[in-house]
Design a binder for this molecule. Sequence first.
Ligand code: NDP
Ligand code: GDP
Length: 329
Amino acid sequence: MKAALITGITGQDGAYLARLLLNKGYKVYGLIARRSTDTTWRLDYLNIKNEVDLIEGDMTDLSSLIRALNFSKPTEVYNLAAQSFVGTSWEQPVLTANVTAVGVVNLLEAIRLTNPAIRFYQASTSEMFGLIQEPMQSESTPFYPRSPYGVAKLYGHWITVNYRESFGMHTSSGILFNHESPLRGIEFVTRKVTDAAARIKSGLQSELRLGNIDAKRDWGFAGDYVEAMWLMTQQEVGDDYVVATGKTTTVREMCDIAFSYLDLDYQDYVVIDPKFYRPAEVEVLLGDPTKAITKLNWEPETSLNDLVRMMVDADLQRVKQEVSLVAGV
Ligand code: NDP
Ligand code: GDP
């Protein structure tokens, strides 16, 4: 039986990837950071909490990573753990570097010390392109990160490439463009919008405060993107792949899709609040997934319209549950 260790299993992608690997017959282990409150709600949401084995550990603690590897004996390791929110990376740049950059080399070292034959996936990001150097970003586009998060991820990307080239390890870097789902953290703009639309429709909220709504992103569905992660570790050799839809949309248009689905006009509710502007913005991202499509035989399957509607439906459902809980019904 194949075994996989997923760091960041309590996050959006970790939960979807765990489900995918379980469906493929893997024994799935997850590294879980010690927190004072329960962080497993996404595993509950997908109904897989009892099917995965959680091992306590932290990306900043090399010894805990070695222990997790010795215990789980995986054939594949997926490094999805990170301080992943761009906004927070300006407030906590050192923590972001420790977890999102140095954490990667901790894990690679732990693998090199325990079993260098393990296949490794690194969750890289389109944020590494930042101030874009080409209108459509591919594996050969030069990087220009614009946030402490992007800078930290760039280290993670290059150290992954370096361990492949230095030690012949099977390491892959997936340069994933933004991907969303009903399990997306509420601080990211898509979930913030779909949650607000659901609350406004239900009479629980009156406005939605946003920053730069002219920013453009290449948004896909997390459920589609975890498939690409798995495909990378199945190849004969490790490599780097852009995973994207090849379409870009403004935050403004995304708001329109969410609100009009509920017969609302976003312009009646969205208030621009400079508090949400970033010290340095990534204005536009647009990925070229040709390599992933041709070499991995991967395809993005969910349109932005369907994705946003799926998220709005899930948030409406949550709001209903909240309301009935408060009403005691
Ligand atoms: P999330 O923020 O939802 O999940 C991050 C995970 O990392 C959580 O499980 C979190 O645990 C864990 N984590 C944070 N700090 C530590 C630590 N010190 N030690 C161990 N675990 C830790 O991210 P996503 O699922 O959205 O993304 C997965 C990965 O892909 C991340 O690395 C992200 O940067 C990257 N990525 C994401 C994109 C996207 O659009 N979603 C795009 C490109 C890359 P806890 O629950 O306890 O906080
Ligand atoms: P990112 O691409 O990883 O930074 O993902 P986010 O979902 O956090 O942000 C996507 C884009 O939406 C960025 O260009 C933000 O500046 C923009 N944006 C506009 N208003 C907001 C907001 O209120 N919250 C967030 N998170 N982003 C916003």
